[in-house]
Design a protein around this ligand. Structure first.
Ligand code: 4AD
Ligand code: MG
Length: 462
């Protein structure tokens, strides 16, 4: 018999028909005569109740049907008499695919801490919480593709292995096939990368932006959506060493259009999640954060506030609040500052623009004042920075100036510089941290809980 997914059964009223379901046992309870098995197949947060007549199957046969076991059930779908569910299944045939010995299976019925579940990340997708989070992740990824596709932007695939440092921040993972214990050396004692796989030194990308700009300068509007890698030693609830980033890049737009796009885009995907992940978001709202739904609705229904970094710093200075990190013009804002502006001062998402050039990347368009650049950060409640972007410096000489000021290597950037020589154009774009968005949409507190297998300092298990 063909398998039916539980998502297609829990909301049906088409009862009294035979169905086949397959899934993992969440709980089993009952008495001498009848067992109630809650079965979940990951298609929806709800489990379906399977009612098993013990005499029919025999106690011995049913013994291994414990939490975590995988079974297939053929039976009659009937209207449930019990509370909290509509349909249930009266089992006619049961096949046991795999048992999960209660003496060793780590994911027993009792509530586990999120910290413990991180240690068993290979099993945690089987919990209601992580099932909900990873289904939301899927739907949001889909919404992102849908949004840009509707805008006529092309999904542009940028390389993961590169020879350049896109953010100029130097926190890169090296990629090499050289023998690290005994690398070949040049005459002056340096590592001889000409003997490395690519003939020069390479690293995992920290951003697809630079290559994305080349795409925009040919296709008009593109977006990337892929993994990025940062070897920052940031052990915070908002940083991963491997995270997914979405980077649209668009020709012929300025920073104001870029802000409009960022705001419209975020509202679109959050609305999409509210519509398509209702059960899962309601579950998380109930279990973890009862302000989650309100917060999501608030963000889609209110305009983001836009102000300059300079204005933002003035507000922070005048706030009279004691921050852990001091604020002054020129300081890189910390998440405590960002959250003060968003949560305490404006009480809505904020887009800060025109940052001091010293704290932003080399490629941002330089303002007339000689001090600031046309960067923009979108700041969200609970998260702080969720998007970072800018209008790009389209002028060859100004860009070259900045590259030289920062002592960056033209050897690895010559092709990027060439775009400003050959048919340069005003353009802008931004990067959205996918996991930060999922943090916001799920109401989770720690970024390690919104990606299936988090990579953080000293942790790359599974
Ligand atoms: O602000 P960032 O560093 O900007 C860029 O990489 C630009 N190239 C984007 C662009 O203009 N195309 O990173 C963009 C976003 C941040 O706002 C944040 O949401 C996320 O990426 N992010 C991280 N997320 C998780 N872990 C980390 N270590 C992150 N670093 C940045
Ligand atoms: Mg940033």
């Amino acid at each position: 018999m063909k398998r039916t997914k539980i998502v297609d059964l829990v909301n049906t009223t088409d009862y009294n028909r035979e169905v086949c379901v397959k899934g993992w046992v969440r709980t089993r309870r009952g008495n001498k005569n009848v067992a109630f098995v809650a079965l979940n197949d990951g298609s929806i947060v709800h489990s379906i109740q399977v009612v098993v007549d013990i005499a029919q199957f025999g106690e011995e046969f049913l013994k291994p049907i414990t939490t975590g076991a995988c079974i297939a059930v053929n039976g009659l779908l009937v209207e449930s008499q019990g509370q909290g569910q509509t349909a249930e299944i009266q089992a006619k045939e049961i096949e046991i695919y795999g048992t999960a010995d209660p003496a060793v299976y780590p994911l027993q019925k009792k509530g586990h801490s999120l910290e413990f579940l991180r240690e068993i990340a290979y099993l945690r997708p089987r919990t209601n919480t992580f099932g909900a989070i990873f289904r939301i992740r899927h739907h949001v990824a889909f919404a992102i593709h849908e949004y840009f596709n509707k805008q006529g932007f092309f999904y542009f695939h940028t390389p993961l292995i590169t020879g350049s440092d896109a953010e100029g921040a130097g926190s890169m993972f090296q990629v090499t096939t050289l023998d690290v214990a005994n690398p070949p050396k040049t005459e002056d004692g340096k590592i001889d990368y000409s003997q490395d796989f690519f003939g020069h030194s390479t690293n995992l990308t920290v951003s697809g932006q630079l290559e994305g700009e080349l795409g925009a300068m040919a296709l008009g509007g593109i977006y990337t959506f892929g993994p990025t890698f940062r070897a920052e030693n940031s052990n915070t609830p908002r940083h991963l060493a491997e995270f997914w980033m979405i980077e649209p890049e668009i020709a012929f737009i300025d920073i104001n259009d870029n802000m409009d796009l960022a705001e419209d885009f975020l509202k679109y995907v959050i609305s999409y999640a509210l519509k398509h992940c209702k059960d899962d978001i309601e579950f998380l709202n109930k279990m973890y954060d009862n302000e989650l739904l309100d917060r999501l609705n608030f963000v889609i229904n209110n305009e983001f506030v836009r102000l300059t970094y300079t204005e933002g710093v003035e507000i922070l200075e005048k706030s009279g609040k004691k921050f852990e990190y001091p604020v002054y013009w020129g300081a890189d804002l910390q998440s405590e500052h960002e959250r003060y502006l968003v949560e305490d001062h404006f009480k809505r998402p904020v887009i800060l623009t025109d940052y001091p050039k010293e704290i932003k990347s080399f490629y941002m368009k330089q303002n007339e004042d000689g001090k600031t650049v046309r960067g923009m950060d979108v700041l969200f409640p609970k998260i702080g920075e969720i998007i970072g972007g800018s209008e790009r410096e389209a002028d060859y000489d100004k860009l070259l100036n900045r590259v030289q000021e920062l002592n960056m290597s033209l050897d690895s950037l010559w092709w990027y510089m060439d775009t400003r020589k050959f048919g340069t154009a005003p353009h802008a774009g931004f990067g959205l941290g996918f996991e930060r968005l999922i943090l916001f949409i799920t109401g989770m507190q720690n970024i390690r809980d919104v990606i299936p297998f988090p990579r953080t300092p000293k942790n790359a298990e599974f």
